[in-house]
Design a protein around this ligand. Structure first.
Ligand code: IMP
Ligand code: MG
Length: 178
């Protein structure tokens, strides 16, 4: 089994690149057939989703816009993880179908916050597409419209996902080894 080391942790191969690309192809086909007639803005959530967004968007066959957002969580005076704003919404989202592109949905706290922050922009509707989903960890009530691959509650890295900032460049996805 292929293993890699990042800082102090060892990871073993979990999802080879072909599996990831198959899942992305499936998600893209579904979006093409369901939303091809809508006025769509894709919003990819940085940093983690940059590779997923690039590979998915290349498979989108209708005219649409893509933009990149980041959550501003203030540190210092405010507690870490206290998300206050979205950086990068320069697009007019009013009456548009927004498709949020996430690398992974774990507890669902992040996606819930993003949906709340998007509401004032008055999109026509909001869809969620995620490459990876941990159903065992999800505590949210928002429907996840498009899911690439469901995975157990283990920590993974690669293909945009990081451990302490490292591992995003890996083509395959690796699972932490205990
Ligand atoms: P949530 O708010 O709990 O859904 O977590 C979402 C964020 O946590 C993701 O966008 C990732 O940045 C990070 N995350 C969750 N699970 C993993 C993992 O297994 N590996 C790396 N990052 C993760
Ligand atoms: Mg992320």
């Amino acid at each position: 089994m292929k293993e890699i080391t990042l800082l102090d942790k060892t990871f073993e191969l979990y999802l080879p690149s072909e599996k990831i690309q198959e899942a992305i192809k499936r998600v893209a086909q579904t979006i093409n057939s369901e939303l091809g007639k809508e006025d769509v803005v894709f919003l990819a959530v940085l940093n983690g989703s940059f590779l997923f967004a690039a590979d998915l968007y290349r498979r989108i066959e209708f005219n649409s816009i893509i933009s990149f957002i980041k959550l501003a969580s203030y540190q210092g005076t405010q507690s870490v993880g206290n998300v206050k704003n979205l950086i990068g919404i320069n697009e007019d989202l009013q009456n548009k179908t927004v498709i949020i592109l996430e690398d992974i949905i774990d507890t669902g706290h992040t996606i819930k916050k993003i949906i709340e922050l998007l509401a004032p922009y008055q999109p026509k509707n909001i869809k969620i597409a995620t490459l990876l989903f941990k159903p065992g960890a999800y505590t949210g009530s928002d429907k996840i419209d498009y899911i690439g691959i469901e995975i157990p509650n283990d920590f993974i890295v690669g293909y945009g996902l990081d451990y302490e900032g490292y591992g995003r460049n890996l083509e395959d996805i690796y699972q932490i080894k205990n």
